[in-house]
Design a protein around this ligand. Sequence first.
Ligand code: GCW
Length: 669
Amino acid sequence: LAEDGYRLWLRYEPIADASLAKSYRSSIGPIEAVATSDTAKIALAELERGLEGLLGGELKRTGATLLVGTGDAKHIAKLKLDLSGLGEEGYLLTRHKKNLVIAANTDQGVLYGVFAFLRQLQTQRPLENLHVETSPKVDHRLLNHWDNLTRTVERSMAGASIFNWFDLPYYVEPYYHDYARACASVGINGTVLTNVNSNATVLRPQFLEKVAALADTFRPYGIQVYLTARFSAPVEIGGLETADPLDPAVIEWWTDKINEIYTYVPDFGGFVVKANSEGQPGPQSYGRDHAEGANLLARALAPHGGFVMWRAFVYDFEIKEDRHKQAYTEFTQLDGQFEPNVSIQTKNGAIDFMPREPFHPLFGATPETPHTLELQITQEYMGGDIHLVYLAPMWEETLEADTFARGAGSTVAKVVDGSVFGHELTAIAGVANIGNERNWTGHPMGASNWYAFGRLAWDHQLSSQEIADEWTRMTFGNAPDVVATIEEMLLESHQTVVDYSMPLGLHHIMYPGHHYGPGPWHDQGRPDWTSTYYHNASEDGIGFDRTATGSDALGQYAPEVVEKWGTPESIEDKYLLWFHHLDWDYEMKSGKTLWNELCLTYQSGVDRVAEMGQQWDSLQGSIDAQRHARVAALLKRQLEDAKFYKDACLAYFHTFSQRPYPAGVNAPE
Ligand code: GCW
């Protein structure tokens, strides 16, 4: 099991290039550090472990010393470094005369600095002119686990939940430390332990004890613990008759409950709440609105410094309007009514983590209320832990999308990091793809998404390419052919999955329930869960008219966006059928008809998976046999799945289009 992937990107394999290793050894020298806090001890242990693995043996005196610590430690203070811009979590890696320095204002910053320093070596960057100065652009960088107390995990396939509730608090699994190390290594500083669909059980004292054990374990790694709050908890576990947020008994119940939580977890982060969505209870069940619901919890959390992430993923069983529009309609009305410690947790797009979505129109639309950007690391709609899909390019697309809220350049990233509207509360959340599989994520490449999420949450200006490069080197080594091949596979993989499943702006045509394969024909008896509602295919054409002649969801965006996306000629092909319903013979920018383009795009997605298989085969012998074999097997299945997706969709759409398949497309059998 030596290469089973358990170590993730923290492998610290010996640097094979002897002269590079030698030069690293001579520029690093022995470590000088003072470690008194648990966090500082963890940082030092990690540094020793990393250097031991990468460089082997003890580091000898070479004239250089690696100086590690906070600005107030004597050996750092005397260097007179300017650490004023680093804040609580930032760090500085630099050179001071002959010495290398890892410095920060806090032990937490030092821990992040240590991981960053080791990353330099893992990716074989030169140390001569080392100078990295960075602090996170977003304060709260959280994983959201959709994990149930029974250890099932919603929408993840990487085994059971890593949280072994049954044995807690007595037995603390050693791997919790490795989970925390991995999170800290990419700057993740919070974790929501429970599913947004969970019941209220976790709020019972017997479970709060268990939560406390996890919080104690994660704290020295800088990871705060959060929970989901089931809105009906006062009824479910509190014995009250109502959960009406304005009812004094309910207010008292939550206040007591929250005070109680803080006796177990003094630095408890707060709650994520899914309310009045997909059958979950919420304030509207009592004739109250989302702000009244969120504020109830926020007021009780505020004295302790906690905050509420109130999810914007709301839509009703009774359809009032295009589901795309509902969150915007509800939350823009409430802007200005939320307590300052409430953030609206908003998915990247308005429907639901589709393979590709235009950015959510709520970003930029609530000047008074901050947004927590919710991304999905787990591949609910993109082949689960079977398909190779590197998600950073998709997240980058969202982060860089311009809302125009305060003129050009008001990107989603800048709305989220608080700079567009001057918000102090900033957060970003990723729905975890982690389970108790030995390699954590099932697909060996799935870890790239955990890694990329953390890196982007820390610094949204990093490119998906840079992140892929780092991760590949750290995970599979620095051999040029390995790096080039894997990077190319990663970077093209998202467009590939879009092409063989939901190209050209198609969405929500997956099979219901498991969401794994195709189901464009599917009708679930309510329009917003029905594929035909979203693709609208008929003899007349295909696509969802969301312009003013249709649902006008487009009208929820800024005028600049409306102008760009308002016509089929001006919108990018990748969003075309999201906003427009077009004739099968519509002439695309490529000069092809829509039908032909659709067919060829599906086909190119399939072809690209086949190519990935060949690329991967070419690495046989260049990476360990175990991980190679696993990815190779998964790519074979991905190819079969991709063909099936394409065939199912094209065969179905063909019943409407009645056009021949263009040359180059393998017609479905
Ligand atoms: O994507 C949908 C999923 C549900 C999920 C929901 C949500 C946690 O199919 O499984 O529930 O979104 O985000 O609340």
